[in-house]
Design a protein around this ligand. Structure first.
Ligand SMILES: Cc1ncc(COP(=O)(O)O)c(C=O)c1O
Length: 372
C-alpha cells in the first residue's frame, strides 16, 4: 500500500501496556501467574459495581446516556462542583486524547515531565504538536521550577502527574502555588490524579482546591485504580465549564458505555470498598518495603499503590526472569531507568510471591517469611 502517513504519526511508538496474564500463560505454559504491573486494584471491583453492571444488562440494547447525567451529577455532588465541570471518558486515556485534539495545533509545544505516564506524549504527538520533555528533580519529583524555565510563547499545555507514575512522588502546595502565580495566561495545566486516593502526605496538592472558572486548570481522574474498574474503561475530567464545552464538541456521542457508567456510580458510593482498598495497599506496602529492606534491595518511597525498585542490573533481564516465575512486573527501561523495575501492591499472597521471586532472581536472601 502507498499511504501518506504524517511524519509525526510515524514517529510515535505504540503504548506498551503491562503484559496480560493470559499472554504470559500462553507463551510460557504457566497456569498460576500474578500481575503486579499495571497498578490495578488487587481486591477486584467493588461488589456494588458488579451488582450494578448485572442490573443494567437488560438495557444493553439501548444507547447509554451520552452525557452520563446520573454519574456526572454524582461526581459533581461529591466534588461540590457543577455537572458542567465534569466530562466522562472511556478511561482517562480517552480524555487525554480529547484535550490534545481540542487544544493543540501542529507547532504547539507541551511540557511533559520525564519520565511520566507515556500517553501524554503519544497524544500530544498524534495532534502534530511537540512534546518538550522536562527532567524530574533529584528527588524524582516533577520539577515545577524547571517546567517554568521551559515555557515559551508556543507552550499551550503542561501535564503534571500527581502522584507521578512511575516514581510515586507528589507536588507540594507551596511549589504548586508559586508555579500557578507565574503561569502565563492561556497555558492549560492538566493534573492527572489517577492515584490521588492513595496519597497520605498532607502537603500534597489536591487539584480540586485550585479549580476556578477563570483558570485553565483541568484534573484527570479514573475509576481504574482505587475503584477497581480498569476493565470497564471509565474516567473523568474536571475543568471550567467553558473548557468542557469545547471538549464536548469532539467527544464521541456514547463514549462511556452503560456498564461502565453504572459501575462507576455504584463504586463512587461504596466507601467501605474504597477504605478496604486503601488499607490493603498500605499494609501491603509496609510488608513489601520491610521485606526488601531485610533483603538489602533498594526501593523508592511512594505516595501511590506502586513503587520503583533499584535492581542494580538490567531491568529487562529481571523482568524476563520474573516472567518465567509467573510474576509480571514492569521494567523501567522504556522510561529511561535501565536498572529499575516498578511493582504495584497486590494481595498478601501475591506480595509474598513477588518478594520470594525477586530474591531468587537477584540471588539474595532467602528472607525469613514474615506476616503481613
Ligand atoms: C497516570 C495515569 N493516568 C491515566 C491512566 C489511564 O487510566 P484509565 O484506565 O482511566 O485510562 C493511567 C494508567 O495506568 C495512569 O497511570
Amino acid at each position: 500500500m502507498k499511504l501518506d502517513i504524517p511524519e509525526y504519526i510515524l514517529g510515535i511508538d505504540p503504548y506498551k501496556p503491562g503484559k496480560p496474564m493470559e499472554e504470559l500463560e500462553r507463551e510460557y505454559g504457566i497456569t498460576d501467574s500474578i500481575k503486579l504491573a499495571s497498578n490495578e486494584n488487587p481486591l477486584g471491583p467493588s461488589p456494588k459495581a458488579i451488582e450494578a453492571v448485572r442490573d443494567c444488562l437488560n438495557a444493553a440494547h439501548r444507547y447509554p446516556d451520552g452525557g452520563g447525567w446520573a454519574l456526572v451529577s454524582r461526581i459533581a455532588a461529591k466534588l461540590k462542583l457543577k455537572p458542567e465541570n465534569i466530562v466522562l471518558g472511556n478511561g482517562s486515556d480517552e480524555i487525554i486524547g480529547m484535550l490534545t485534539r481540542v487544544l493543540l495545533r501542529p507547532g504547539d509545544e507541551v511540557l511533559v515531565p520525564q519520565p511520566t505516564f507515556s500517553m501524554y506524549d503519544i497524544m500530544v504527538r498524534s495532534a502534530g504538536a511537540t512534546t518538550v520533555s522536562v527532567p524530574l528533580d533529584g528527588a524524582m519529583a516533577v520539577d515545577l521550577t524547571a517546567i517554568r524555565g521551559h515555557l515559551t510563547p508556543r507552550t499551550r499545555m503542561v501535564f503534571i502527574c500527581n502522584p507521578n507514575n512511575p516514581t510515586g512522588t507528589v507536588i507540594t502546595r507551596e511549589k504548586f502555588e508559586a508555579f500557578l502565580d507565574d503561569l502565563p495566561a492561556g497555558v492549560v495545566v492538566v493534573i492527572d490524579e489517577a492515584y490521588i486516593e492513595f496519597v497520605t502526605d498532607p502537603d500534597c496538592i489536591r487539584g480540586t482546591d485550585y479549580l476556578r472558572e477563570d483558570l485553565p486548570l483541568m484534573l484527570l481522574r479514573t475509576f481504574s485504580k482505587a475503584y477497581g474498574l480498569a476493565g470497564l474503561r471509565i474516567g473523568y475530567a474536571v475543568m471550567p465549564a467553558e473548557l468542557s464545552g469545547y471538549i464536548h464538541r469532539v467527544r464521541q456521542p456514547f463514549n462511556a458505555a452503560l456498564p461502565a457508567q453504572v459501575a462507576a456510580a455504584a463504586a463512587l458510593e461504596d466507601d467501605a470498598f474504597l477504605q478496604r482498598t486503601l488499607q490493603t495497599v498500605r499494609t501491603g506496602l509496609t510488608y513489601l518495603h520491610r521485606s526488601l529492606e531485610k533483603a538489602g534491595i533498594a526501593y523508592f518511597p511512594t505516595q501511590s499503590n506502586f513503587f520503583l525498585i533499584h535492581v542494580g542490573r538490567s531491568a529487562d533481564d529481571v523482568f524476563e526472569q520474573m516472567l518465567r516465575k509467573g510474576v509480571i512486573i514492569r521494567s523501567m527501561t522504556s522510561y529511561g531507568y535501565t536498572d529499575m523495575i516498578r511493582v504495584n501492591v497486590g494481595l498478601p499472597h501475591e506480595n509474598e510471591r513477588f518478594v520470594q521471586a525477586l530474591c531468587e532472581v537477584l540471588n539474595v536472601g532467602p528472607i525469613p517469611p514474615d506476616g503481613q
